[in-house]
Design a protein around this ligand. Structure first.
Ligand code: PLP
Length: 579
C-alpha cells in the first residue's frame, strides 16, 4: 500500500462514522470516535426533533454542537509559521518560473509586433487615439492568464449547491475561444460561497421567495430613499439589526457597493482610513472614493496597526499637521483568501486606547462564524456595540445577494439620507429580501416550522470545516487559516501547478477555485476550498482522496503528514467534544 493510500485510509477509517438515525433520518444517537460507544442524543433534543419531523436540513446529516471559540486560535502566526517551512527549492523555482513566464511573454510580444503587427493594433496609437488598454495589462492577460483561462469563468447551470453542473467546453485555439459539447458535468462544488447551504431552488426559503415574488414582483423601480422602501425591506433591516446586535441597519442591493458607496459617506478629506493590506477590493474602492488619506498596516498584525496609529496621530494631516477629523480602521472579520479571522479582541483594545472608529466587513464571517452564526463578534464573545460599523453581505451564508451596514441609529439615519447607495441605487428586490429574511429567521431559530434547522446547518458547517482542514493537514499539505474557517486555502506555489491542480480536480469531478498573483503575493498561489453545510462526509472524503492523489502527482505534500491510524485525531477530538 502506497503512502498516499495509507494516508487516505488513516483519516477515513478512524474519522468517518455513520451516525445512527431513525426511519425519518433523525439522529437517534451519535457514535463517538470509539466505534462501539454510542452516545444517546439527549431526550429533549430528540423530542424536539420529533416535533419538527420532516424539517431536518436535508443537507445536514450530522447534528453537533458548535465549536467553542478560542480568542487565541491565531491564524496569522500559523501562516507565518507555514511559510517559514517552505523548502528553499520551492521558493526559488516559483520565482524563476514567474520570471521565465514574463521574460518569454515579452520576447514573444517583441517579435510578434515585429513580424505580425496586424495582431497588435489595439496596443498602438491609431489615427491619433491612444490605446485603450495598457501594454503590460494586455500582455498579462494574453500571455499568462490566457494560457490558463479554462480554469476560470467556467459556465454553470442550475443551483450552485454542494454539487453544481458545469457546461462542458473545450478550446481548439489555446483558450482564445471555447466551444460547448452540449454535455453537463455534475461535480462536487468546493468553489462557491454557500456556507450554510442556503443556495437552494427548493425548500422553505425558496417557497417564501416564490410567494414574495408573486406578491411584490421583482423590482421597485426606485431607490430606497424615493419609493423603493417596501415593508419587507424595513422589516428585514430591523431583523438584520437584531441579528447582529446593533441598534439599526440599512440594506444595499449589492455587497460590493455596500462598501464602495458607503465608506465615502463615513470618511472624507481630512479623515484618515487605516486599512489592512489584504482588505477586499470593495473596501479599497470605497476608501479611495472617499478622498480620505489612506494608510495601510501589515495583514492582521495588531502591533503594526498600533505603530501606524501612533505615527499617524503624532504627525496629523499632511502639511498642516492638524489633527485628523476622524480615524476609521477597516478590517475584515474573516479574510476570504487566507481563511483567517481578524484579531478582533486586540483591535478593540486599541480602539479603546486610541479612540478610532472601527469598521468590520463581515462578508464571510456573518452566518458562518460563532455559536449562533452571528459572525466574528459572536466567535470571540465580543459585544457588537464595540464595533462602530458592522458591514456584511447576504451572498455567502444566506444564499441571496446584497449587503448591509449595521450600527448606532445615528449612523444608520446618516446613511439613509447621505449614502450614494440609498439615494442613487435601486432598492433591494423583494424576492431577495424574502430569501434573506427566511434564512436569517431559520438561523435565529425563529421559524417555528424549522426551529432546529438553522442551528444544525451552523453545526454542520463548523464540523465540516474542521474535518476537511484537518484532513488536508494530515495528508501533509500546507494550508492556511484558522481552525473552523469555512475557507481553507492550500498552497500550490509554482505557477504551473495552479492550472494543473484545477484541471486535475475537474477531471475527477471536483470544482475548485485557484488563485494566483496579482490576487495573492507572488509566492503564495493557492487553491481556495469553500466548505458548506451541504457537503456530506462522503463528499469531503471523496474530495480528500482525490486531492491526496493530485498532491502526490504535483508534489504538494510538504509536511510529513500523519498517516498513522487515528491521523485525524484533532478532528476526532473535536467531534468527541461535540458529543
Ligand atoms: C470581504 C468582502 N467584502 C465585500 C464583498 C462583496 O460582496 P458581494 O460579492 O456580495 O458583492 C466580498 C465578496 O466576496 C468580500 O469578500
Amino acid at each position: 500500500m502506497g503512502k498516499g493510500q495509507r494516508a487516505i485510509n488513516a483519516y477515513k477509517s478512524t474519522e468517518y462514522i455513520e451516525q445512527p438515525r431513525d426511519k425519518d433520518g433523525l439522529l437517534i444517537g451519535r457514535k463517538s470516535a470509539d466505534p462501539f460507544k454510542l452516545v444517546p442524543e439527549s431526550s429533549s433534543l430528540l423530542l424536539q426533533q420529533k416535533e419538527q419531523a420532516g424539517t431536518v436540513a436535508a443537507a445536514a446529516p450530522v447534528a453537533a454542537k458548535a465549536p467553542e471559540s478560542s480568542a487565541r486560535e491565531s491564524g496569522g502566526e500559523d501562516a507565518a509559521h507555514e511559510l517559514a517551512a517552505v523548502p528553499t527549492f520551492i521558493l526559488v523555482t516559483t520565482y524563476l518560473s514567474f520570471l521565465m513566464l514574463i521574460v518569454f511573454a515579452h520576447m514573444r510580444d517583441f517579435f510578434g509586433k515585429m513580424f505580425h503587427p496586424e495582431e497588435y493594433t489595439q496596443l498602438r496609437v491609431q489615427n491619433g487615439y491612444a490605446p485603450i488598454v495598457s501594454d503590460f495589462e494586455s500582455l498579462w492577460v494574453r500571455r499568462l492568464y490566457g494560457r490558463i483561462r479554462d480554469c476560470f469563468n467556467r459556465p454553470i447551470t442550475g443551483v450552485a449547491g454542494g454539487r453544481v453542473s458545469l457546461l462542458e467546453r473545450y478550446s481548439m485555439d489555446f483558450n482564445r475561444s471555447f466551444q460547448f459539447t452540449g454535455r453537463l458535468n455534475n461535480v462536487l462544488n468546493l468553489a462557491s460561497y454557500n456556507y450554510l447551504g442556503f443556495a437552494q431552488s427548493e425548500g422553505p426559503c425558496a417557497d417564501k421567495v416564490e410567494e414574495a415574488m408573486r406578491e411584490g414582483g421583482i423590482t421597485q423601480g426606485s431607490t430606497r430613499s424615493e419609493v423603493g422602501c417596501t415593508r419587507l425591506l424595513a422589516d428585514t433591516e430591523d431583523m438584520v439589526a437584531r441579528f447582529v446586535g446593533a441598534e439599526a441597519a440599512i440594506i444595499v442591493s449589492m455587497g460590493y457597493a455596500t462598501n464602495a458607496l458607503n465608506i465615502p459617506t463615513l470618511a472624507s478629506k481630512g479623515s484618515l482610513i487605516i486599512s489592512d493590506e489584504l482588505n477586499h477590493s470593495s473596501l479599497v474602492a470605497g476608501a479611495r472614493l472617499s478622498g480620505a488619506a489612506i494608510h495601510v498596516f501589515r495583514h492582521n498584525n495588531v502591533r503594526d496597526l498600533e505603530k501606524v496609529l501612533r505615527r499617524s496621530i503624532a504627525q496629523g494631516q499632511p502639511r498642516t499637521h492638524r489633527p485628523w477629523k476622524k480615524i476609521l480602521v477597516i478590517v475584515e472579520g474573516l479574510y476570504s483568501m487566507e481563511g483567517e479571522f481578524c484579531n478582533l479582541p486586540e483591535i478593540i483594545e486599541l480602539r479603546r486606547r486610541y479612540k478610532f472608529h472601527l469598521f468590520v466587513d463581515e462578508a464571510h464571517s456573518i452566518g458562518a462564524l460563532g455559536k449562533r452564526g452571528r459572525g466574528i463578534c459572536d466567535h470571540f464573545g465580543v459585544d457588537p456595540r464595540e464595533v462602530d460599523v458592522l458591514m456584511g453581505t447576504f451572498t455567502k451564508s444566506f444564499g441571496a445577494t446584497g449587503g448591509y451596514i449595521a450600527g448606532s441609529r445615528a449612523l444608520i439615519d446618516h446613511l439613509r439620507v447621505n449614502s450614494l447607495s440609498a439615494v442613487y441605487a435601486e432598492a433591494m428586490s423583494v424576492p431577495v429580501l424574502a430569501q434573506v429574511s427566511s434564512s436569517m429567521r431559520m438561523i435565529m431559530g425563529e421559524d417555528r416550522e424549522h426551529a432546529l434547522e438553522g442551528q444544525q446547518r451552523l453545526d454542520q458547517l463548523a464540523l465540516n470545516s474542521r474535518y476537511f482542514a484537518q484532513g488536508l493537514k494530515n495528508l501533509g499539505f500546507m494550508t492556511l487559516g484558522n481552525p473552523g474557517s469555512p475557507v481553507v486555502p492550500l498552497l500550490l506555489f509554482n505557477p504551473a501547478k495552479i492550472p494543473a491542480f484545477s484541471r486535475e480536480c475537474l477531471r475527477r469531478n471536483v470544482a475548485v477555485v485557484v488563485v494566483s498573483y496579482p490576487a495573492t503575493p507572488i509566492i503564495t498561489g493557492r487553491v481556495r476550498f469553500c466548505i458548506s453545510a451541504s457537503h456530506t462526509r462522503e463528499d469531503l472524503d471523496y474530495a480528500l482522496e482525490q486531492i491526496s492523489e493530485i498532491g502526490d502527482l504535483l508534489m504538494l505534500k510538504f509536511h510529513k503528514g500523519d498517516v498513522s491510524a487515528g491521523a485525524n485525531s484533532k478532528a476526532i477530538e473535536y467531534a468527541a467534544k461535540m458529543d
